[in-house]
Ligand binder design. Structure first.
Ligand code: C5P
Length: 319
């Protein structure tokens, strides 16, 4: 059989710069308008791929459970390529879990991007997107990276120009919040009357990203619809937000359905000052990772196996 092929991947976290939930859809999901942003916080995945007669997927390291999404991602992408292989995945978590940072989704997307390159197979981006959406609502975004507007259940993505390398801090309180429970709690607050206002205000926020002010106004005026219900259940998170505001964060906002709260600062010095004066369980310095940088990270991670400057990464082994 062929030589094993190896790669070390960095699966970045995301924050939601804005998140509006419009209403429940006939399929049970909720209709969203959101802005995703990749940030510098990451998980690490070591992949070893070897063609074999029968498929075997082995997961080691952190969260090596049978139901881990990266195992499902590996199985789905191998199946789609009609390749059987022995795949070893070793996960090292750097992204807090249940925090609204998309760690599990990013890990799954990383596997979708890397395995075709290691296998020497090309999968069209539309196929990758479909596989990603089947794995979870946040997974497709991590095939794109940078800043992006998402609609529908979060899987319909429109890239937005990079907002620059902003600095901030992220407070992970240790609370793990179930996304499904958060949506259920939000349900009674959603009215058809408020939907239209949310769409207009979301649009004006996204438009302001291109207004020539570096997106400053938009970033400040954004919101997260989950904050009201989640802060009511977990007042500690509201107090973290207040603390970040007192330290000069603009904005200070919860990401996804919680529980992490991020604060953005004018410059790195301010972010570091805030980092030092906050004494929560886990506080991380973060910076935005734009799409160009996101792709450069990927090409670097796969340089032994992928051609450069093609997105999604394409294998050198394709025949
Ligand atoms: O898609 P994902 O598996 O990540 O979603 C987890 C849960 O979050 C869903 O089962 C659903 O309850 C809720 N959800 C939703 N609307 C969305 C995304 C997620 O109701 N747009």
């Amino acid at each position: 059989m062929s030589e094993p092929r190896r790669a070390r991947l960095r699966a970045l976290a995301k924050i939601n710069l804005d998140l509006r939930v419009l209403g429940r859809r006939p399929d049970g999901y909720h209709e969203l308008r959101t802005v995703f942003q990749t940030i510098s916080l990451a998980d690490r995945i070591d992949v070893c791929f070897e063609k074999a007669r029968t498929t075997r997927i082995e997961l080691a390291g952190d969260l090596a459970t049978p139901d881990n999404l990266i195992r499902k991602a590996a199985a789905a992408v191998l199946d789609s390529m009609r390749v059987s292989a022995r795949v070893e995945l070793r996960l090292k978590k750097g992204i807090p879990i249940g925090a609204g940072l998309g760690g599990g989704s990013s890990d799954a997307a990383a596997v979708l991007l890397a395995l075709p390159v290691l296998a020497g197979t090309h999968l069209d981006v539309s196929i990758l997107m479909k596989l990603a959406a089947q794995l979870g609502s946040d997974v497709p975004f991590f095939l794109l990276g940078g800043t992006a507007v998402a609609m529908g259940r979060g899987t319909e993505l429109y890239p937005v120009a990079d907002l620059g390398r902003r600095q901030g801090i992220l407070v992970a309180s240790g609370l793990s919040i179930s996304t499904a429970a958060a949506y259920a709690a939000l349900g009674p607050c959603l009215t058809s009357e408020s939907q239209e206002n949310k769409i207009f205000s979301f649009q004006s926020q996204v438009w302001s990203y291109t207004a020539g002010t570096g997106g400053e106004t938009g970033l400040r005026q954004g919101r997260n619809d989950f904050e009201t219900v989640i802060f009511e259940q977990f007042p500690k998170l509201a107090s973290i937000q207040r603390k970040l505001r007192r330290l000069g964060a603009l904005p200070a906002r919860m990401t996804g359905s919680g529980s992490a709260v991020f604060g953005l600062f004018e410059n790195r010095a301010e972010a570091i000052r805030a980092l030092e004066s906050i004494r929560e369980e886990r506080v991380f310095p973060i910076s935005f990772v734009g799409r160009r940088q996101f792709r450069a990270l990927w090409w670097r991670a796969l340089r032994a196996h992928a051609q450069e400057n093609i997105w999604p990464p394409r294998s050198r082994y394709e025949r």
